[in-house]
Each structure stands twice: as structure tokens, then as C-alpha cells.
Ligand binder design. Structure first.
Ligand code: ME8
Length: 642
């Protein structure tokens, strides 16, 4: 236990707002949340920050494709990410977005300061660039002429860029890593980075780009934008209110970070660039970095093209929040990759949640109600089997604390379930239903049920960081407020003579066949939707919404003060309409008169240069050539186009 005032600053990586996050990204938020909750239970003053990484070429391109502004694009995805983090119960204290104004302003200052002190210099970047990964590669780094990270096509590019001098700090960095052996966990990944990147000599890092604009402008050279890592990594301090002029209350209180939780693919950036940036800024380095493994679908990397991406919100719909937290946390071993499949989810849900934990709580609470109207009193009629249960509860708590401390959440969960299983065995051994039939065994029965309820309370405390709602549900059923970590160091804190509530199942068993069918069906719907999205198909009803009619241009006059616009009068047979159209570069007034054209007649009116325009003409082409779609032959004015 810590001194109440000790702080603990914990962060996740900030997720890219390029697409909806899958269960791998969400795992990281859940894992970090579990540690943050545990630290709070230990008495730390925790600050937990997470958020979104919103700049870069890829996002600019995706926004262009979606025909919206990059800001609109990232607003949508950041909103989605935040709502998924909220859905799975992430108890963050701050959600930072790299498009937040304070962040952008501070990043500009960081860039400028590093430039002014000579740590950033201007040069040229020449190399192979992978847009999706936003990374440059040398010829020799390519694999079969493709990106070595994602296998996609790369493009050759040369551009003026700013660079951060990494080599200058190489020795200091190595010394820091050597002097702080638990700076980076796991050991294996740390060694890999030292041997493959630091020892061979650090290459200076490209920190600006000028070939796209969606980024934080370089203050003194605005045709450049800050290139991802200086922008993204700074979030860990800007989110605490760090600026140069004023470090801010939270920065002074919480920095350096006690733990950065990240995925293995971005360890290099956190183990090399981030400490060097901080050294250059003269700020202390984070205490620990933990690089977790990859969440795979079966044995494969999750990817949209393989159609095997699993999303947390879908899992929550199928199995609930706590089961999703439990499953993802218990499928990811420390320092290795984890694997997720629907089949194993269903199987673990049924065996570990519904049968093992659910049954333990359900039958114990039900027996308290059945035999003693819910009121259990510890009569201390002790037998050897009780001592075994109590001893195991003690070791489970010790091991659980040790594992949580070491960030081995999967193993901590394993410790909890050892105790759950032992408790079920204790029921089989003590056979309360047999004791219940014997008048002389009532005190023994009370003792047995008390031991069970107390063990369940201990289990509920340990479950709190993993499955917060389930833990609360158990506390409610056993009617206890003894929820602290301290309280489980001693067996017997459950108040004797408490009335438990009615039993209600924690987890309903799942019918595997039905659930798998449900999953298959939802995949089919998704595939159809995706296909439609891909080909941009619209239904006949959607087409029907657009009303097209034949009209004749009666008049055309230039709109004053513009180079492009005509104000046209169109005859639609039963009515005349005014339509403002940008046809000046393509037609003279004379050419337009009497043309039979196709008019969108149910378009919302718009005011253009003070003129109410009421419809639109169909035309083809762009750039230098634009031609009106005209109607051949004798067609009545106003005729419907179909
Ligand atoms: O890397 N399993 O963002 P991101 C487990 N913006 N973790 C995974 C994973 C998987 N299948 N796929 C990704 C970024 N992650 C940067 C971070 S931090 C200053 C900038 C992890 O959205 C990944 O390793 O691609 C990272 O830690 C996090 O999810 C967000 O990934």
C-alpha cells in the first residue's frame, strides 16, 4: 500500500483517428484501465490519460475520399473511439485530442525550441514512403519493393524536411536504459530495440513534411507541418497542461509518467524518440514503458482486407461489457501475443463466467436465503477443509497483488479463478444441503456459508479492476461495503449477521450454436453493407427521390460581380424557374437560349449572390470541358426523366 498522496500517472497510446478501433486497440484501453483502477485501490492519486492521434497524410486522404474536411473526419472517428472507450468502462481522467488547441500550440513551441537550440535542422528527405504507415524507408529496408511493415506499395519521394538529431543523445539514452533496468518491459523487446536500433547507431528522425497540410504547422516555416511523432508523443505532457511558459499544476504534480502502456509496434518510438525529445527539452523521462503483445484473430493479424476484424462494441452487444473485458484481458499473456476467436469466447464465457464464478455466487447466496433467510453468522465451527480454503484465499490475494504489480493481468485473473474453483470444491466437500438436514449441524452450516460469502467478497475485491460491474453486482448480492484492497489481507472482514440479497445470476449460459448463428448473420449483413459501400450502389427508392424534368432555357444573363455565374430562366411547361448556374466559362448566352435541358426540380432552393436559385441543371465533365445534358427531339416541357 502506498502513502495516500503518492501519484501515479498512467497513459495509453493515443489511437489513430484513421478508422474505427478494433478489439486490439481497445484491449490496450481496457488493460490500462484495469491497472489504473488497481492503483486507485492501492491508494494512489491516479491520473489516467488516453486520447486520439489526429494528424497525418493518411487522414487527409481519407477525408478527401469521404468528401469532408479532415477536421470533420477526425471529429467523427474520435467521437467513435471515445464512445467505445466509454462503453467498455475506461475510467480515464482525461481524453486528449491532438487537434485540441492547447496541444497544437505547445507542439509548435516544442518544435521551435528544439530548432533554436540546434536539435532540429533542415535537410532533405529522400526515400520510399508508405502512406498508410506514414513511414519512410531506404531501398534496403523494403521487402520485395513493398513496405516492410504492411506489405503495401511505397512511393519514391524527395522533399525538404526538418530532422531531429538523435545521434547526439545516443550515449545518454543507452546509459539511462542501463541504469534503469525496468524502464522498459518486457526485457525481450527492450533488448531487440537496443541491438537493432540503438547500438548500430541512431539515424536522425524526419520530423516535418511539406507534401500535405493536415498537421500542426511549423511555426517559423508554415509550409511544413509537424510530422507525426513529435506531435503524437508530446500528448503525454501537453495533456497535463505543460507549456513552456507555464508547466501547469498537473504537470508539476504528475510528470514523469509512471507507466506508458503501448503496443509492441510502437515501442521504438517510445523507447528512443520520446526520451530523446524529453532530454532535449530538459524534462525528466518516464519511469516505465510496457509494450504489450498483439491481439490476433486466431493466429492471424486482424485486417479489414482479411475480413477478420473484431470490434469491441460488437463483442459487448454479443456478450456484455464485463465479459468482453474479462475475455480480452485473460487472452493476452504478458509479453506475448494473444488470440481471440468467437468459439473460445463462448466456451470461456460458459465455463469460467457462467459455470464457475456465476454458480459459486448464485448457489452460495441462494443457500444463505434458503437455510437462514439470508442472515449468515460466523459460528466458528472450524474444520481442516476451512483452513485449506482460508490458506488458499491468502495466497491468492498475495499472488494476485504480485501479478497486478508486475502488470501480469492474465496471471492475476488466473489466481482469482483458482480461488473460485477451490470455493466450488469447498461446497462439494462440505455439502451444505446435507448439513441443512441435521438440526445439530446448524452452526457448522453457518460457518461454511460464512466462509463462502467471505471468500466471494475477497473474489469481488480482486475482480473490481477487471470486471467492475460484476464486482459491484456481487457486493450488492452479498450486501457488503468492505471493498478495499486492505480488507482482503485478513480473512473475516465480512460482517457476520448481514442479510444477503436475493440471488440473481451473474451470467446466463450461452447457447453456442445459436450465438454462432447470430454472429454469422451479423457478418452477412456487414458484408452486404460493405459491398454496397464499395460499389456505391443505391437502391431504386433512393434514385426515385431525385425528381428530374425536361426544361427549356428561355433567358440567360450574367450575374454581376462573378466570372462564372449565369442567372437562367427555365420553362418547365407548367411553371418557370430561376436557376443560377456556373456555365459562363463553357457557353455564351446565345448558345444557351432554347436548349432543352434536364433539371433537378426537387432540390432545396439556395441563395447565390442574392438570387434565389431553384433547381439544378445536369451537365457532364469538369475542368475545361463541361457540357449540358440536353434532350433530343420533341419532348414536352416538364416531362419526367426516368
Ligand atoms: O499507434 N493488438 O495508434 P493506433 C493489440 N497513434 N494492440 C494493438 C493492436 C492489436 N492487434 N493493433 C494496434 C498508434 N494496437 C499511434 C500511437 S502514441 C504517442 C501514438 C495498439 O491506433 C498499438 O500498438 O495504430 C497502439 O499502442 C494502440 O493500439 C493504438 O494504435
Amino acid at each position: 500500500m502506498c502513502d495516500k498522496k503518492e501519484k501515479y500517472y498512467i497513459t495509453t497510446a493515443i489511437a489513430y483517428t484513421s478508422k474505427k478501433p478494433h478489439i486490439g486497440n481497445t484491449y490496450e484501453a481496457i488493460f490500462t484501465d484495469a491497472i489504473a483502477r488497481y492503483k486507485r485501490m492501492q491508494g494512489y492519486d491516479v491520473f489516467f490519460m488516453t486520447g486520439t492521434d489526429e494528424h497525418g497524410q493518411k487522414i487527409q486522404e481519407l477525408a478527401e475520399k469521404a468528401k469532408i474536411s479532415p477536421k470533420q473526419y477526425v471529429d467523427n472517428i474520435a467521437g467513435e473511439i471515445k464512445s467505445i472507450w466509454d462503453l467498455v468502462g475506461t475510467s480515464y481522467d482525461k481524453f486528449i485530442r491532438t487537434t485540441d488547441n492547447y496541444h497544437e500550440e505547445t507542439v509548435k513551441k516544442i518544435f521551435k525550441k528544439l530548432y533554436e537550440q540546434g536539435d532540429i535542422y533542415k535537410g532533405f528527405y529522400e526515400g520510399w514512403y508508405c502512406t498508410p504507415c506514414e513511414s519512410f524507408f531506404t531501398e534496403t529496408q523494403l521487402v520485395d519493393n513493398k513496405c516492410p511493415d504492411c506489405g503495401r506499395d511505397v512511393i519514391y519521394s524527395k522533399e525538404e524536411a526538418y530532422f531531429l538529431k538523435l545521434s547526439k543523445y545516443q550515449d545518454r539514452l543507452l546509459k539511462y536504459i542501463e541504469e534503469n533496468p525496468d524502464f522498459v518491459r518486457p526485457e525481450s523487446r527492450k533488448k531487440e530495440i537496443i541491438n537493432n536500433f540503438i547500438k548500430p547507431g541512431l539515424q536522425d528522425l524526419c520530423v516535418s513534411r511539406s507534401s500535405f497540410t493536415w498537421g500542426i504547422p511549423v511555426d517559423f516555416d508554415p509550409k511544413h507541418v509537424t510530422y507525426v511523432w513529435i506531435d503524437a508523443l508530446s500528448n503525454y505532457i501537453t495533456g497535463l497542461g505543460y507549456t513552456f511558459d507555464n508547466k501547469g499544476k498537473n504537470y508539476l504534480k504528475y510528470w514523469p509518467a509512471d507507466l506508458h502502456v503501448i503496443g509492441k509496434d510502437i515501442l521504438r518510438f517510445h523507447m528512443i524518440y520520446w526520451p530523446i525529445m524529453l532530454m532535449a527539452l530538459g524534462e525528466p523521462l518516464p519511469k516505465h514503458i510496457y509494450a504489450h503483445g498483439w491481439m490476433l484473430f486466431g493466429q492471424d493479424k486482424m485486417s479489414k482486407s482479411r475480413g477478420n476484424v473484431i470490434y469491441a462494441d460488437d463483442l459487448v452487444k454479443l456478450f456484455g461489457v464485463d465479459a468482453t473485458r474479462f475475455y480480452s484481458l485473460s487472452e493476452m499473456p504478458f509479453a506475448q501475443d494473444g488470440s481471440i476467436t468467437y468459439e473460445s469466447f463462448i466456451s470461456r464465457y460458459n465455463s469460467e463466467l457462467a459455470n464457475t464464478l456465476g454458480n459459486l455466487v448464485n448457489r452460495t447466496v441462494a443457500m444463505c436465503n434458503k437455510y437462514f433467510e439470508g442472515i449468515v453468522i460466523n459460528k466458528n465451527i472450524v474444520q481442516d477443509v476451512d483452513k485449506q480454503l482460508i490458506a488458499l484465499a491468502k495466497t491468492s490475494v498475495e499472488n494476485y497483488n504480485k501479478k497486478m504489480e508486475e502488470l501480469k493481468v492474465q496471471e492475476a485473473i488466473h489466481e482469482i479463478w483458482e480461488l473460485v474453483r477451490r470455493s466450488n470444491k469447498y461446497i462439494d466437500e462440505t455439502m451444505p444441503w446435507v448439513l441443512a438436514k441435521d438440526e445439530t449441524k446448524q452452526d457448522r452450516l453457518n460457518t461454511v456459508l460464512y466462509n463462502l460469502i467471505e471468500t466471494i467478497r475477497i473474489i469481488a475485491v480482486m475482480l473490481a479492476p477487471i470486471m467492475p460491474a460484476t464486482s459491484e453486482n456481487i457486493f450488492k448480492q452479498i450486501n457488503s461495503d468492505e471493498k478495499t484492497l486492505d480488507s482482503i489481507n485478513t480473512f473475516g472482514k465480512y460482517a457476520s449477521n448481514t442479510k444477503v440479497q436475493k440471488a440473481s445470476p451473474l451470467f446466463e449460459r450461452i447457447d453456442e450454436v445459436k450465438k454462432l448463428e447470430e454472429i454469422e448473420k451479423s457478418k452477412e449483413v456487414e458484408t452486404v453493407e460493405k459491398e454496397q459501400e464499395k460499389t456505391n450502389l443505391i437502391s431504386i427508392d433512393e434514385l426515385d427521390k431525385v425528381k428530374l424534368n425536361v426544361g427549356k432555357i428561355l433567358e440567360a444573363r450574367r450575374v454581376e460581380g462573378t466570372n462564372k455565374l449565369y442567372c437562367l430562366t427555365i420553362d418547365l411547361g407548367t411553371e418557370k424557374r430561376t436557376i443560377v448556374s456556373g456555365l459562363v466559362p463553357y457557353y455564351t448566352e446565345e448558345e444557351l437560349i432554347n436548349k432543352k435541358v434536364i433539371v433537378v426540380t426537387n432540390l432545396k432552393p439556395a441563395k447565390l449572390r442574392g438570387i434565389d436559385s431553384n433547381g439544378m441543371l445536369l451537365a457532364a465533365g469538369d475542368g475545361d470541358i463541361v457540357k449540358l445534358i440536353t434532350v433530343d427531339g420533341d419532348v414536352e416541357l416538364g416531362a419526367k426523366v426516368h
